[in-house]
Design a protein around this ligand. Structure first.
Ligand code: IMP
Length: 208
């Protein structure tokens, strides 16, 4: 078998394991960033999830000379003009906790009737020369009036999903995976992965 490597541009162990298991049936060797020692940190200061995911995937591919996959995600609130959006992880400043961010969001949403929000996840797969494939998953819901549930992470306790009448933090991991932005982007990636491998083969044969 030819060794077809794909580097995951993340140091998040949970994400590495999740993607490894998702793509376990395919003819590809998934490699984590930790196998490569130190590579320069990549700023996530783009204006869109796509820009950040592409930048992470492309810079990693360029530095290592191997195809790379990266993702970026966050919460977009309609009444807050799309905030926290690409700032989701640092919405309440450096050193803040998930709870601080949720409390800040609930405060910003006090007395606001339009509670519409969505989670978005963009996955980019890039080759060293630049071109990339993009997968996008969205989950629409509402900002709850208070935190509910103990599961998950991040904004899960304040993100209410009307079809299941639960916040993400009240769902089991399986329930959340079936409907979440990340679950949907990953399902799309898996469904198209044979085509991704063909695309990678063509792009990589064009590399110098
Ligand atoms: P990243 O894609 O891991 O950089 O996620 C950015 C930030 O978006 C996280 O730190 C969370 O605050 C938020 N976020 C992304 N996905 C989720 C989710 O599934 N549940 C709750 N918060 C999320």
């Amino acid at each position: 078998m030819v060794d077809r490597p794909l580097v995951l541009a993340t140091r998040n162990r949970g994400k590495v394991e999740e993607i490894k298991s998702l793509l376990s049936g395919f003819d590809v060797v998934i490699r984590g960033l930790t196998e490569f020692g130190t590579i320069p940190p990549i700023e996530e200061d783009g204006e869109t999830f796509e820009e950040n995911a592409y930048r992470k995937a492309h810079l990693t591919a360029k530095v290592l000379g191997l195809p790379a996959l990266a993702d970026d995600s966050g919460l977009v609130v309609e009444a807050l003009n799309g905030m926290p959006g690409v700032h989701s992880a640092r919405y309440a400043g450096p050193g803040a906790t998930d709870r601080d961010r949720n409390l800040k969001l609930l405060k910003a949403m006090e007395r606001i009737e339009n509670r519409k929000a969505l989670f978005e996840c963009v996955i980019a797969i890039a080759v060293p020369k630049g071109p990339a494939l993009i997968f996008d998953g969205v989950c629409e819901g509402e900002i709850a009036l208070e935190m509910r549930g103990e599961n998950g992470f991040g904004y899960d306790p304040v993100f209410y999903y009307p079809p299941l009448k639960k916040t993400f933090a009240e769902m089991t991991p399986e329930e959340k995976n079936r409907v979440s932005h990340r679950g949907r982007a990953m399902a799309q990636l898996k469904a198209d992965f044979e085509k991704v491998l063909v695309w990678l083969e063509h792009r990589l044969s064009e590399e110098p």
